[in-house]
Design a protein around this ligand. Structure first.
Ligand code: MEV
Length: 323
């Protein structure tokens, strides 16, 4: 047993296939160089202390044998779920101190809850010297997230674990690291925080009511992901952009676009981006534009002029790692 460890896990951006992936279809996701850092320390006694100031948690204290009982602050829920999940497979013989810190705001939709969940499981495995392969880390992290959220495909957990850019099939049925030549993305933030579970449930109601219609959208999204995979691997920017635009049209069709996303996407396209779409659950959060690598500044300025803020992120970042 070690005394303390520190790990970091990346956030993510969805490139293609959001929502369809919840229905077992494929998507393409890239890890970003904005990370969540988790520090886990052995603590004498039998208490757990959590400090996660970025999500409003300061000195949450609970008995290790009463994990999950009583009032749990929102920001501590994923951390607790990850500890509980780990403790179901391996005994935690001591008290613990967990601290988390994020490079990015939880508002952006970069997947801070998933990165923190992966970070906590990985940190505990390292602290108690358990050898945990990526697939098992995914299984435990996915179980923790489903315990809290009830819905989700797990793509964000895979990005946090494997890093890079992944072809991912809903639930983790296939996780394939892709070799991408370059990712000339500009990321625009609408300033509006969306709630993923709410958006997923809204789409689920639409699907229940119009099953065949929405299933045919998932089929088309699957074709888009397949073609996008090839276009990304061969560096065919024009096709990547076109496919982003088609994907965006279908996301609009299932009701997850917003006027703010529409404005930023339109501005990016008018300024010469190859294509643009929302990224993630929709309802707010971020949009992405595929640009000419040599001169993205027109697109950057257009997004700002349309009311968005441009986030400085690099894609294809490394997966969870010990410091
Ligand atoms: C949210 O970032 C992406 C969704 O597809 C949900 C999920 O895959 O868990 C909407």
């Amino acid at each position: 047993m070690k005394n303390k460890v520190e790990v970091s896990a990346p956030g993510k951006l969805m490139l293609f296939g959001e929502h369809a992936v919840v229905y077992g279809k494929p998507c393409i996701v890239t890890a970003v160089d904005q990370r969540v850092r988790v520090r886990a320390e052995i603590h004498g006694g039998k208490q757990l202390t959590i400090d996660a100031p970025d999500v409003g948690v300061t000195r949450y204290v609970q008995d290790m044998n009463k994990l999950g009982e009583g009032e749990i602050p929102k920001g501590a829920r994923f951390i607790l779920a990850a500890i509980k999940k780990f403790a179901q497979s391996w005994e935690i013989p001591t008290g613990l101190k967990i601290e988390t810190k994020s490079d990015f705001s939880a508002e952006f939709g970069f997947g801070s809850s998933s990165a923190v969940t992966v970070g906590v499981v990985k940190a505990l495995a390292s602290l108690f010297e358990v050898d945990i392969p990526k697939e098992r880390l995914f299984e435990l992290s996915y179980g923790s997230v489903l315990d809290i959220q009830g819905v989700g495909s797990g793509f964000d957990l895979a990005a946090a674990i494997w890093g890079g850019t992944l072809y991912f099939v809903g639930g983790g049925k296939e996780i394939v690291p892709l070799k991408i030549k370059h990712i000339p993305l500009v990321v625009g933030y609408t300033g509006i925080k969306a709630d993923t579970a709410t958006m997923v449930k809204r789409v689920s109601r639409l699907h229940d009511k119009n099953k065949e219609v929405v299933d045919s959208i998932w089929k088309t999204m699957t074709l888009i992901v397949m073609r996008a995979r090839t276009a990304l691997e061969t560096g065919d920017d024009k096709t990547v952009g076109e496919l982003m635009n088609i994907n965006q049209g279908l996301l609009d069709a299932i009701g997850v676009n917003t006027p703010e996303l529409f404005d930023l996407i339109g501005a990016a396209r008018s300024a010469g981006a190859y294509g643009a779409k929302l990224s993630g659950a929709g309802g707010g959060d971020c949009m992405i534009a595929w640009t000419d690598e040599k001169n993205p500044s027109d697109v950057v300025n257009a997004i700002k002029k349309a009311g968005g803020s441009v986030l400085n992120v690099n894609c294809n970042a490394g997966g969870v790692e010990l410091k």
